[in-house]
Design a protein around this ligand. Structure first.
Ligand SMILES: C[S@@+](CC[C@H](N)C(=O)[O-])C[C@H]1O[C@@H](n2cnc3c(N)ncnc32)[C@H](O)[C@@H]1O
Length: 191
């Protein structure tokens, strides 16, 4: 078993509610999450990077390590992320803090958070923080294992955001689908 997988499983057993996935994302899912990004996207925040599967693919898309910040609540994962990605800023604080740290400056948020198992009021705080942190035209990328979009309809309506479904990724345990959220008016313009 790889060092990252044994760390992930150890932390899952200690914090099942926060981690909420049996194994880290596959490379195929990580690539699909990072696919909308490129070197010109501007600052990017990743929410809930865990052991850094998606982080690696964000950097592979040409996002500079100086333009990437990782919000991870789990201290053991933060230590591993700092070892693996020494040039990337790792913040051992909740994703909700991105609103005050970036206020309208981010080009994208890439979220590996287990949104479906997060209570709706907390989900709303996380999405509100992301869209406060995002610049006009900024995107919020999220995967889900469920059949429906991962952000509750009430939260979408309250924040005025909408989603375009991305690809389904079969090569993941379990299979997942990627969604890209934008401010609703911007999604209409993008169609
Ligand atoms: C399902 S794991 C995903 C790990 C990784 N993104 C992947 O796809 O393999 C969810 C991660 O989100 C972190 N997390 C949960 N709630 C968080 C929050 N509010 N802010 C930051 N990280 C959070 C957990 O500690 C865990 O590392």
């Amino acid at each position: 078993m790889s060092k990252d997988l044994s760390l992930f499983i150890g932390q899952l057993l200690r914090n099942p509610r926060e981690i909420s996935a049996v194994v880290p994302s596959s490379r195929a899912l990580a690539m699909a999450m990072a696919a909308p990004l490129g070197p010109g996207i501007g600052p990017v925040a990743e929410f809930g990077p865990g052991t850094g599967r998606i982080t690696r693919e964000i950097l592979a898309r040409g996002v500079s390590p100086r333009d990437l910040v990782l919000y991870e609540m789990n201290g053991a994962f933060c230590e591993r992320l700092r070892q693996t990605f020494p040039a990337v800023r790792v913040v051992n604080r909740p994703a909700q803090d991105a609103a005050r740290d970036f206020a309208g400056r981010l080009g994208a948020v890439v979220s590996g958070l287990p949104l479906l198992s997060i209570p709706e009021p907390v989900q709303r705080d996380i999405l509100a923080a992301a869209f406060k942190a995002l610049a006009p035209g900024g995107i919020f990328i999220q995967f889900t294992y469920g059949p429906k979009p991962p952000v509750a309809q009430e939260v979408r309506q309250a924040l005025g955001i909408s989603a375009l479904p991305g690809p389904r990724v079969w090569h993941n345990l379990p299979p997942a689908r990627v969604y890209i959220y934008r401010r609703a008016a911007e999604n209409i313009a993008a169609m």
